[in-house]
Design a protein around this ligand. Structure first.
Ligand SMILES: [Zn+2]
Length: 80
């Protein structure tokens, strides 16, 4: 019984992963701002880069850490 439940959970996770990967496939392979190349297979990059999903536009924007920091700085300044 417990094995069955676990299997079900795994299936659910698989589906979620597939959806995430689906978005990933729509994602560009470089930083939107500086065009620095992004390697989807590089775990460190996947963990540190910023992904902004615009669901309505079905758009996935990608920013490298320095550009993200820059963008946030810009936003903070714009607030003032
Ligand atoms: Zn960048």
């Amino acid at each position: 019984m417990s094995i069955k439940v676990k299997k079900k959970l795994e299936k659910k996770l698989e589906k979620e992963m597939a959806e995430k990967i689906g978005l990933f496939s729509q994602m560009s392979d470089h930083c939107l701002t500086c065009s620095k190349p992004f390697d989807k297979k590089d775990r460190q990059m996947v963990l540190t880069w910023y992904v902004v999903v615009h669901e309505q536009e079905e758009e996935v924007n990608l920013y490298c850490p320095p550009c993200w920091a820059q963008a946030n700085k810009f936003l903070e300044q714009g607030d003032r």
